[in-house]
Design a protein around this ligand. Sequence first.
Ligand code: OAA
Ligand code: MG
Length: 221
Amino acid sequence: MTSAPSLSDRGADLSTASVSDALDSLGLPGSLHGIGALHQGRRTVGPVFTVTYEPVDETGGTVGDFLDDVPAGAVILIDNAGRTDCTVWGGIMSETAHERGIAGTVIHGTCRDVAVANTTGYPVWSVSRFMRTGKDRVRVAAVQTAVTIDGVVIHPGDILVADDDGAVVVPAARWDEVADLARHIDRVEEAIVQVVRDGATLAEARARHGYHALQTRKDPS
Ligand SMILES: O=C([O-])CC(=O)C(=O)O
Ligand SMILES: [Mg+2]
């Protein structure tokens, strides 16, 4: 007997663009503005393991203390308040996370050892890249508590989808609804392209399939 697919498996086909449009149409936030892909051509989906950092003024702060506690398949979501002058992620951590089957890391902050993440294929998203370490500059303040990034409140276990366009988070309780809607949007967009291939103008194709309102918030009935 095969087991039911996990939440994250069921999103493996979804792009961040269609998930973002689905969230818009439901009036939900979730797109994490300012966080981009470290390498193009990688994608991930999975439940988030949240990590919150805070600054330290004295020695003793360090990065990555939480990593041994992250389960396989989780996406690590690090909130360092958008700080870009010191890292919260590096190559040893990419190698370790890759070894453990962790699904990826998304950082509201910066990271280093980009070449290592590149070589291992471990997927990382961040605000920027920079080489100065967070050791003695930051420390882990909390794990698995709610974080707020770009005004989006994210709880442990919410589902994060990331690809070349960035990262978007969906509340776990709304995942099925959002994923179904995103899939519907994908089908409509494919149909528009097919109509164009069949000879219609883009304007005709879009009008026929209601392109401009695909993501428009629908009045709750
Ligand atoms: O100091 C850091 O950002 C961590 C680091 O370089 C590594 O994990 O290799
Ligand atoms: Mg390093």
